[in-house]
Design a protein. Structure first.
Length: 245
């Protein structure tokens, strides 16, 4: 059986990296993207054979065009796309700047929107698109207004895509992680103390007694990308250890 080819945007760390590693262990061919050469090269080195890294900024439409051309040239068509690249910076609603608003929406929603659009011609029939959103879509957290809006916007298009892409055999489903231990907290600008307090809180209040790890999410993403999920459309799997029960 021919190896399935999966593209993961933002696959150099955290959930994206864990998913790439898990898929590779199951003999998928995986293509990851990253915004910095150093992080991308490090990730590809760690992931090893059958992983291809392509430098690409999700917020740049020209980068997305170039990414699709490179993948089409090397692989022809792909079997699945995991829209994972994203960013989070905590900010009080009243203090949120236009710059932060634009940066967040450009990566989390606009970039995701056009990545999907531009990949459609090279997605096989059947194929799968998985959107990485967040529990912030249905549970409120202070200082997350723009992030919440960006993830809600991303989820909102899944139904439309499932209708419009049905005749191409392309299905769209959602994975919705809770607070997960990953580099996103450090990148958000949180202090080490704030990160530890956050993780300790969710570890102590979670029914599973610990924080969710990227490796917990990887098998669920693989399920949604694989042929095992062919009958699913617009499903959302919440991976939060039960913290939102």
């Amino acid at each position: 059986m021919k190896k399935q080819i999966i593209v993961i945007t933002g696959g150099t760390t955290g959930i994206g990296f864990a998913c790439a590693k898990y898929l590779l262990s199951l003999d998928y061919t995986v293509i990851i993207t990253g915004r910095t050469k150093e992080n991308l090269d490090t990730a590809v080195f760690k992931l090893g054979e059958n992983c291809v890294g392509i430098l690409s900024d999700t917020s740049s439409l020209s980068d997305i065009d170039e990414l699709v051309l490179k993948i089409k040239s090397q692989f022809g068509k792909i079997d699945g796309l995991f829209i994972n690249a994203g960013m989070f910076k905590a900010s009080n609603f009243e203090e949120t700047s236009e710059e932060l608003f634009d940066e967040t929406m450009n990566i989390n929603f606009k970039g995701a929107f056009f990545t999907i659009q531009k990949f459609i011609p090279i997605l096989k029939n059947p194929s799968s698109i998985v959107l990485n959103t967040s529990i912030v879509v249905f549970k409120s957290f202070a200082n997350t207004s723009v992030y919440t809006a960006s993830k809600s916007a991303l989820e909102s298009i899944a139904k439309v895509l499932n209708v419009e892409l049905a005749d191409r055999g392309i299905r769209v489903n959602i994975v919705s992680p809770g607070v997960t231990e990953s580099p996103i907290q450090k990148k958000s600008g949180m202090s080490d103390e704030a990160i530890n307090n956050l993780l300790d809180h969710f570890s102590s209040t979670s029914p599973i007694g610990r924080i969710v790890q990227p490796t917990d999410i990887a098998p669920i993403v693989e399920f949604l990308l694989s042929d095992k999920s062919q009958v699913l459309r617009n499903e959302k799997i919440i991976v939060d250890g039960g913290t939102t029960l």
